[in-house]
Design a protein. Structure first.
Lengths: 199, 207
């Protein structure tokens, strides 16, 4: 199942009235949307307001979402439009539309050229988290490391990983879980430590 | 002989074992749930298990697994988010209506609309076809039943109908020019079915 299909499964659950499924979509995409918005908006304090508005707009519009485009490209479009409307309301000139942007809104070169409001602290925490993840991956047993890399970096399905590693799909599932759990065990104290701050 | 203190010790030991067992069961259930969440992150969970996993999983586990993937792929694509955002977002979402009622109403309306269209189609096509067939039969059989059409009959037919003018004119000519009667008889028999075509097409075109 592709990323798009996995999201669509959650979207269907939301459309059937399951709000928890939307919480999962928010949790999945909040950092990416935050990154996008932090490059469009001048003040970091505005980012979460606009992000909240983005997710609420997306939630309200979800019954009309038919899955013709990927959920995240649809969400990105809503985020960009919400940020532009916000800037207009604040009397600021929104960024001009990007002629290179495709109809799914997957290219965001105009956004990348705008300001980046990451604070030194948030950059530090992000780097520390990245270092922890990478260090833990290095320490994983070879079969766990291969499984997680094939999944996360190469984007292979469990079936494809099973073929590549010549083992049952159940073993792939177990190896990926063990790898993630090993990394998560190192991350949880960090997340708890920085939990009360924006990172 | 088992003393009171010994019994108490055994009882405490049993409780301790039970508690340890409960902890193990709890940890095992968490491990199973996390493994499902992990598979759901990859879109590899059995669809039948998705609803129960969504309801039981913690946002924290889900977020952490996604964070690992995001960091492995491209750490600079992530932006900072405060933990208060999740609380604010949850509260804002709580104020929104669930979609199921809106959706089911829309589905009902759509189905009703679909039903109307379906019945309208079901009724209109045979009706149009029957009218067209009846008109064709009348148009074909009427001239054939009239063995020797008179001028008045033909005129009446041509005035009542919106049929082909050429046929009416030809029959009128037949009456006026007896020399051409054989030709007109033969021509009328072959011309009628062909002359019907526009009439049938006209009926069909009105559907």
């Amino acid at each position: 199942m592709s990323e798009k299909d996995a999201d669509l499964e959650l979207v269907k659950r939301v459309q059937q009235g399951d709000k928890k499924a939307f919480d999962l979509l928010v949790a999945k995409y909040q950092r990416k949307i935050s990154r996008l918005l932090s490059r469009m908006l001048r003040e970091q304090s505005e980012v979460e307001d606009v992000m909240q508005e983005t997710f609420i707009k997306a939630y309200r519009a979800l019954p009309q979402f038919r899955g013709e485009s990927a959920f995240y490209t649809w969400l990105y479009r809503i985020a960009i439009n919400t940020a532009r409307n916000w800037m207009t309301a604040q009397g600021r000139r929104p960024s001009s539309p990007n002629p290179n942007q495709n109809e799914d809104g997957e290219t965001f070169d105009d956004v990348d050229s705008l300001t980046d409001n990451n604070t030194p602290e948030s950059v530090y925490v992000s780097q520390e988290i990245a270092a922890t993840v990478n260090a833990t991956i290095e320490q994983l047993p070879e079969e766990l490391r291969t499984a997680i890399v094939l999944r996360e970096i190469e984007g292979l399905s469990y079936e494809e990983i099973a073929q590549a590693m010549d083992c049952p799909i159940g073993t792939v599932r177990s190896r990926i879980f063990r790898a993630r759990e090993a990394i998560a065990a190192k991350l949880r104290p960090l997340i708890d430590q920085y939990g009360d701050r924006r990172w | 002989m088992v003393t009171g203190a010994g019994k108490q010790g055994e009882s405490m030991s049993d409780r301790s074992t039970e508690a340890q067992s409960d902890v193990e069961i709890h940890e095992e259930s968490i491990r199973i749930l996390r493994e499902r969440v992990c598979a759901m992150v990859d879109g590899e969970l059995d669809p039948d298990e998705v609803p129960s996993t969504i309801s039981q999983c913690t946002i924290r586990d889900w977020s952490t697994y996604h964070l690992i993937g995001d960091v492995m792929r491209r750490s600079d694509a992530l932006g900072p988010v405060s933990t208060t955002f999740a609380v604010r977002m949850s509260a804002a979402l709580e104020r929104e209506a669930a979609h199921s009622t809106v959706r089911s109403q829309a589905t009902v309306e759509k189905r009703q609309g679909h039903g109307e269209t379906w019945w309208r189609r079901w009724l209109s096509w045979p009706t149009a076809a029957m009218v067209a067939a009846l008109a064709s039969v009348v148009w074909i059989s009427y001239p054939l039943l009239e063995t020797e059409p008179t001028h008045s009959t033909t005129a009446s037919l041509s005035s009542k109908s919106t049929g082909p003018v050429a046929t009416a004119v030809l029959v009128e000519k037949k009456a006026a020019e007896p020399d051409l009667s054989d030709y007109a008889d033969a021509h009328q028999q072959y011309a009628s079915p062909i002359a019907m075509q526009p009439a049938s097409s006209g009926t069909g075109g009105g559907r």
